[in-house]
Design a protein around this ligand. Structure first.
Ligand SMILES: [Zn+2]
Ligand SMILES: [Zn+2]
Length: 306
């Protein structure tokens, strides 16, 4: 039987405060759960956004773009075993509900509502799985998504994607959020077609993954939009063919893109998370109708006019 593990974690003690390295306790996995030794975790902008939320409760364990190795499994876990390499993913899939079975959505009816509330509370006593002793007092640490800023985390087995042992974990971790968000937007949501023109607003991890996905889908023109010109050289390697810096133009960026493409792009991907950019992205597409995915707007918005 697995017991409590003491390990190091970067704990958020309050909004906009620097994370503090602490020794914490991580509970053993309950039924249908696994405990993972986190080998690599990267920083996603969503962690920073949450850290800036003054109304949020703390202390909290952030982090959700990680890769690791299963350390122990709870009762009833059959498809994962100790030693498996996995990506903890915050959007679990029960595999049985209508969205899980649909090709159009992965907003699982079981896990989507739990995402930011009770995802990692103990099923019996509803307590947190993470705690820290400070000034002689043991107090719970709240979870956030998969809480990977820790040497160990506990997640539902349904929140794990098993990966090949040959993939380096320090690179695979990017697939737990940024890269899968970008590729999924191109392949599963927008379904970019060969020969199309694509605009990408923001060339961070998601934007570069969008470029890579669009290139593999056969897009003939991939326009990267970013205010930081030093990103263009790297973006070229991911398939970006044109670069537009909004600061170089007096006209609104949507007009610039409309002019560049003689009527607008076929697909626009907003990969920054700013409302005014979402509007600009929509207005940079061809005027033949519109499709918007507002429920996913906290990560990205995809516009396709068809
Ligand atoms: Zn993320
Ligand atoms: Zn489901």
């Amino acid at each position: 039987m697995a017991g409590v593990i003491k390990c190091r974690a970067a704990v958020a003690w309050g909004a906009n405060q620097a994370l503090a390295l602490e020794e914490i306790e991580v509970a053993a996995p309950e039924a249908d759960e696994v405990r993972i030794r986190i080998v690599a975790t990267s920083l996603c902008h969503t962690d920073l956004s949450f850290l800036g939320m003054v109304q949020a409760k703390f202390p909290r364990l952030l982090g959700h773009e990680a890769a690791g190795i299963i350390e122990s499994v709870g009762e009833g876990v059959e498809d994962l075993k100790v030693g498996d390499h996995v990506l903890p993913v915050y959007m679990g899939e029960c595999g049985k509900c209508r969205p899980c079975k649909s090709q159009a959505s992965n907003l699982c009816e079981k896990y989507w509502p739990l995402l930011r509330t009770t995802m990692m509370l103990h099923p019996v006593d509803q307590k947190s799985r993470f705690s820290v002793t400070k000034d002689g007092r043991n107090q719970p640490i709240l979870s956030f998504f998969t809480s990977t800023f820790s040497e160990y985390t506990v997640v539902k087995a349904d929140c794990c994607a098993k990966i090949s042992q040959e993939v380096p974990l320090d690179k695979a971790c990017l697939f737990a959020c940024g890269v899968s968000t970008g590729l999924g937007a191109v392949w599963n949501i927008a379904k970019v077609h060969a020969g199309s023109a694509v605009a990408i607003f923001g060339l961070g991890t998601i934007g570069l993954a969008v470029a890579d996905g669009a290139r593999s889908a056969g897009a003939s023109r991939i326009i990267g939009v970013d205010t930081n010109p030093s990103k263009f050289e790297l973006a070229k390697k991911f398939g970006v063919t044109d670069f537009v810096n909004p600061n170089d133009h007096e006209a609104p960026i949507q007009q610039v893109l409309q002019g560049l493409t003689k009527g607008g792009v076929d697909y626009a991907f907003e990969c920054v998370g700013k409302v005014d950019l979402m509007a600009a992205a929509l207005e940079s597409t061809r005027e033949v109708g519109a499709l918007l995915h507002p429920r996913l707007s906290f990560l990205y918005v995809i516009m396709r006019k068809m």
